[in-house]
Design a protein around this ligand. Structure first.
Ligand SMILES: [Zn+2]
Ligand SMILES: [Zn+2]
Length: 65
């Protein structure tokens, strides 16, 4: 697992996302939806965590974290 900055992840941040020690108290900057351009939110499923479009369910845009 890697932190969003590219360093190897050693812990979890406030959202439960794997991250390096430098970013453990930070929220990951939300990317924009590849489908509609709106912001994305962290979603949790049984398969793990991922970015999901805030316009869900009208937009099904997702991204890997
Ligand atoms: Zn980091
Ligand atoms: Zn979207």
């Amino acid at each position: 697992m890697k932190c969003f900055c590219g360093n190897s992840a050693v812990t979890m941040n406030v959202d439960g996302v794997p991250c390096c020690s430098k970013h453990k108290s930070k929220k990951i900057p939300a990317p924009l939806c590849p489908e509609c351009g709106l912001k994305m939110d962290i979603r949790k499923s049984k398969y793990g965590i991922f970015w999901g479009c805030i316009a869900f369910p009208s937009c099904n845009g997702t991204k890997k974290i």
